[in-house]
Design a protein around this ligand. Structure first.
Ligand SMILES: NC(=O)c1ccc[n+]([C@@H]2O[C@H](COP(=O)([O-])OP(=O)(O)OC[C@H]3O[C@@H](n4cnc5c(N)ncnc54)[C@H](O)[C@@H]3O)[C@@H](O)[C@H]2O)c1
Ligand SMILES: C[C@@H](O)[C@H](N)C(=O)O
Length: 304
């Protein structure tokens, strides 16, 4: 929203959720309550605010989805159908993120290309493949301007991890600066594609702004780096040598991670609309530690 508001004006970008926003978010511009399962309310918001673009992020992530399959199906599939119908009815440009989780054990893993077998084994992945296919179907049949990026694990200081399989890659930075000890629920050699949130946001805005004639696909992989818990820990130790990591693999999350790509082939995104990441592992680690450290200092908390 911050990026879009700079370009399009504060009042022209409306954030929504079913959760109360932090005071910072609330003060930064328009925020409304919107439940994606409430079709009438969504329609009212779109009509009353003369919405032209819709960015649909609401979802239950992979690990939390496995713990509550019925709710994940409702939010990730029924909610998506509401959004697709409204986008079509109101000629909106629609962005829906997909994920590395849209692939499964029978997909090529190193690298996973844009087009290949997709047989995910989580309700999250199944719902994301469904979203990719529904959006593309409505694009080809009715001309819906549907755009979808498959994000790697996204790493950010601003939000607490939302119940995904890649959450450890956020938590490890907080633990490094608080207790100096991180207990990892994945095995040390588990490699997954990851991305700094600044790259993820920039990719999304650049992709949304790309002229339609440049797009040869409606769903693209985007990549920045791939690392294992051991590799990110080693990079953090260059700044905080005392970091201790112990491993206690969680059966559910480890088996999800083992079914996902270890690397993404994003050559189509690079060719079609010029995607290039800025953050590699070194830059990511420096930025995350600096940002968390200054946040802790503001809150009067010590760094370990
Ligand atoms: N974080 C990642 O690493 C990652 C990677 C790939 C794709 N994505 C995708 O990006 C999107 C956002 O992910 P995130 O990490 O911010 O997840 P998150 O869990 O932090 O946020 C999801 C949001 O959806 C909201 N929500 C839940 N039920 C809702 C409902 N009924 N109506 C409206 N909102 C509802 C939640 O309140 C929450 O704020 C998801 O679609 C996810 O699949 C995320
Ligand atoms: C990878 C992504 O979709 C999310 N962070 C998850 O782990 O579920």
């Amino acid at each position: 929203a911050q990026m879009l508001r700079k370009q399009y004006g504060t009042d022209n970008v409306i954030l929504s959720d079913i959760k109360k926003p932090s005071p910072d978010v609330y003060k930064s511009g328009p925020f409304v309550y919107a439940d994606v399962l409430d079709y009438k309310l969504l329609r009212e918001l779109i009509v009353n605010n003369r919405i032209t673009w819709l960015v649909h992020y609401s979802a239950l992530l992979s690990a939390v989805g496995e713990a509550n399959v019925a709710l994940a199906r409702k939010i990730n599939i029924t909610g998506l159908h509401n959004v697709l119908d409204l986008a079509l009815e109101n000629c909106l440009r629609l962005f829906v993120p997909s994920t590395i989780g849209a692939f499964g054990p029978s997909s090529p893993r190193d690298p996973a290309p844009d087009l290949c077998v997709q047989r995910p084994r989580t309700i999250y992945g199944v719902s994301k493949v469904h979203g990719e296919l529904m959006g593309e179907y409505l694009h080809h049949k009715y001309g819906l301007d549907f755009r979808c990026l498959r994000y790697p694990g996204v790493i950010s200081v601003n939000t607490t991890p939302g119940g995904g399989t890649t959450d450890y890659a956020v938590q490890i930075f907080h633990d490094a600066l608080s207790t100096g000890h991180h207990e990892c629920y994945l095995r040390p050699e588990t490699r997954l594609p990851m991305m700094h949130i600044a790259d993820c946001h920039r990719a999304t805005v650049e992709f949304m702004q790309a002229p339609e004639c440049q797009l040869t696909l409606r769903t693209y992989n985007i990549a920045a780096m791939s690392f294992t818990p051991e590799e990110v820990a080693q990079e953090i130790r260059k700044h905080l040598p005392h970091l201790k990591v112990t491993y206690n693999p969680d059966v559910v999350r480890q088996s999800i991670a083992d079914s996902w790509p270890v690397r993404f082939d994003d050559s189509n995104a690079r060719r079609d609309w010029g995607w290039t990441p800025v953050f590699g592992l070194e830059e990511l680690v420096t930025d995350m530690l600096n940002s968390i450290q200054s946040r802790r200092a503001k809150e009067g908390l010590p760094a370990s």
